[in-house]
Design a protein around this ligand. Structure first.
Ligand code: ADP
Length: 291
């Protein structure tokens, strides 16, 4: 390029020496620059690699937790379904092994089988509810609602259990309480809370629900039941969590899904659910936005 420059512009005095020095300098600078660039790029690559590793770990942690939760959920659900199926099967097998079969025996097997089938139906309904809430969650249709209507409907759906346990449901101070929400899921929320309040109380008890309007609509469901031990409170909203694990049959034999459904519904409404409890009873407090 130097020769070409001379061709174009002709030689000029003293141009030879500086140009030779320039070329050497340029070569040296080029080599140095190349070396620096290699070091710089290696550093950037290493830094990016290390940062990527940590950031990927951070991003993956919630995903990893979700996968673990899902697999625990499937394990628990399968286990809960296996128990009634095993019991159904063994009762039927024992019946068929009997030499003399009477109608009375058959009746008692069928009656017991029906109980197990009801239990399974209950579990499947709960699982379907959870799946539906997760799926339609974000598109849940909201409308302007009166709290009284929701509470009355929820009380109606636990009527037979309340009657059986001679428990009264008292609805107080809820007039004029309004909110934006999904009617059916809110009825389901209070049905779960009323049902628990009745289930975990002695006979002849009462359940009181009251509301207050402020920045939030605060609804309380208060019972005089067995209460929840302090150390268990943080877990009761988890799926399949039961305080007394031995309660697997009879009227208190739930699956530990009720409160997790309740929490999901409250969360989908942008609210919060909490509980205060002692050995004199429990109060579930629900804060719902009123906008
Ligand atoms: P379950 O089907 O067992 O009732 P939930 O998810 O509705 O499941 O409740 C989880 C656990 O929390 C219950 O097993 C019970 O031990 C406890 N619990 C819920 N509500 C009450 C209540 N009102 N009083 C006392 N304990 C309760």
């Amino acid at each position: 390029s130097r020769d070409r420059a001379i061709q174009y512009f002709g030689s000029f005095p003293g141009s030879d020496i500086p140009t030779a020095v320039d070329e050497q300098l340029i070569n040296e600078a080029r080599t140095r620059l190349l070396g620096d660039l290699v070091i710089l790029n290696t550093c950037i690559l290493l830094a990016a690699g290390v940062a990527g590793y940590f950031l990927a770990g951070r991003t993956l942690t919630p995903i990893k937790k979700m996968v673990e939760d899902q697999s625990r959920f499937f394990g628990d659900a399968s286990h809960e379904l296996k128990t009634p199926i095993t019991s159904l099967k063994s009762e039927i097998e024992i019946y068929f092994r009997q030499r003399k079969k009477t109608i009375k025996d058959a009746d008692s097997v069928i009656k017991s089988n029906l109980e197990e089938v009801n239990r399974m139906q209950n579990l499947i309904n709960n699982l379907l509810t959870l799946a539906t809430l997760e799926k339609v969650g974000e598109k849940l249709e909201f409308e302007r609602l009166e709290l009284t209507d929701i509470l009355k409907d929820a009380a109606k759906s636990v009527q037979s259990l309340a009657k059986k346990k001679k428990t009264r449901i008292v609805i107080r101070d809820v007039k004029h309480a309004q909110l934006n929400g999904n009617y059916n899921s809110l009825v389901q929320l209070f049905t779960i809370l009323f049902e628990n309040a009745i289930k975990y109380s002695k006979d002849n008890s009462s359940v009181t629900t009251s509301a207050k309007m402020g920045n939030f609509l605060t609804v309380k469901v208060e019972d005089k039941g067995v209460g929840i031990p302090e150390e268990e409170i943080e877990y009761i909203f988890d799926r399949f969590y039961r305080v007394d694990k031995s309660r697997t049959s009879g009227e208190t034999g739930g699956f530990g899904l009720g409160l997790s459904i309740a929490k999901e519904i409250v969360t989908l409404h942008g609210g919060e659910i909490s509980v205060k409890s002692s050995d004199k009873g429990s109060t579930f407090i629900i804060d719902l936005p009123v906008f």
